[in-house]
Design a binder for this molecule. Structure first.
Ligand code: CP
Ligand code: NVA
Length: 303
């Protein structure tokens, strides 16, 4: 029997030492991009990527990462596959595992991703579900640490919809031991299972409806789109307007606070142009680091 593949499904499933290994790999790979490319550590390896939802960063960063590491990708849209005609995820996983060395999936359903992982005999990577976006938050942490050193013991604030990215931040807070303060309207607070996980593991996560309270003393302020892919836009603008990250909210954070957004952004909605295009914003470094972190994740999965 072959060993269980090393899936990258959610940050709570990995020990802090494993998360650190991925971050170290990403950092070293970024520092010595040429050396890594010359070594071609993934020569002969293929990654299949299934996208049920659109993507710019995730798609391009994984594809370029595989290319730079000497491997290949196959990009799949469910509509072009027999999935559309009723072939099961389980059978798809079994078949793809005979062709490729790892599978990345972006889907709404975390159950579908889990089913893929349950039946695949190669590593499965979560490229975003409605529940979480772990690859993104690994890049975010790498970015914070480049600018400010270890995130452990720091204070991080989230203002807006407590969505999939926020959920992966909750997992990260528990695993890497920092304080996460979430400001969200009552209708859009984190899911009960996420808060239960934080409570049961002793993660330092708190929820308020007051963005000023959340950002007080924070060294990092994060937000995301008001309307995630697959979420109902109804009334979101009214609910979320008070959580917009503008200059006055940033001024309530630590004076050296960084601003992050996973992108795509909507200037004038969840963040003002002055903040996202201003001196505290590190969103382009954050986007670049998706590439370096994907290499760390691929190396960890395929080690
Ligand atoms: N941040 C992010 O995952 O972007 P894409 O949807 O473009 O992949
Ligand atoms: N929360 C956003 C993230 C996009 C990368 C969404 O799910 O649409």
């Amino acid at each position: 029997m072959s060993p269980t593949p090393r899936h990258f499904l959610d940050l709570d499933a990995l020990a802090p030492t494993e998360l650190r290994r991925i971050l170290d790999g990403a950092r070293l790979g970024k520092r010595d991009g040429k050396g890594l490319a010359a070594a071609r550590p993934l020569a002969g390896k293929t990654l299949a990527m299934i996208f049920e939802k659109p993507s710019t960063r995730t798609r391009v960063s994984f594809e370029v990462a595989m290319h730079q590491l000497g491997g290949h990708v196959v990009v799949l849209k469910p509509d072009d596959m027999q999935l559309k005609r009723g072939e099961t995820i389980g059978d798809t996983a079994r078949v793809l595992s005979r062709y490729v060395d790892a599978i990345m999936m972006r889907t709404g359903s975390e159950k579908k991703l889990q089913e893929l992982a349950d039946h695949a005999t190669v590593p499965v990577i979560n490229g975003l579900t409605d529940r979480s976006h772990p690859c993104q938050v690994m890049a975010d942490i790498m970015t914070f640490e480049e600018f400010r050193g270890s995130i452990s013991g720091r204070r991080v604030a989230w203002s807006g919809d407590a969505n999939n990215v926020c959920n992966s931040w909750i997992h990260a807070a528990g695993r890497l031991d920092f304080d996460l303060r979430i400001a969200a309207p009552p209708e859009l607070v984190p899911r009960p299972d996420m808060l239960a996980w934080a409570r049961d593991t002793g993660a330092r996560v708190s929820v308020t409806h007051d963005p000023i309270e959340a950002v007080a003393g924070a060294e990092l302020v994060i937000t995301d789109t008001w309307v995630s892919m697959g979420s109902d836009p109804e009334n979101r603008h009214n609910l979320l307007a008070p959580y917009r990250v503008d200059e006055s909210l940033m001024a309530r954070a630590d004076p050296r606070a960084l601003f992050m957004h996973c992108l795509p952004a909507h200037r004038g909605e969840e963040v003002t142009a002055r903040v996202i295009d201003g001196p505290q914003s590190v969103v382009w470094d954050e986007a670049e680091n998706r590439l370096h972190v994907q290499k760390g994740i691929l190396a960890w999965c395929l080690a």
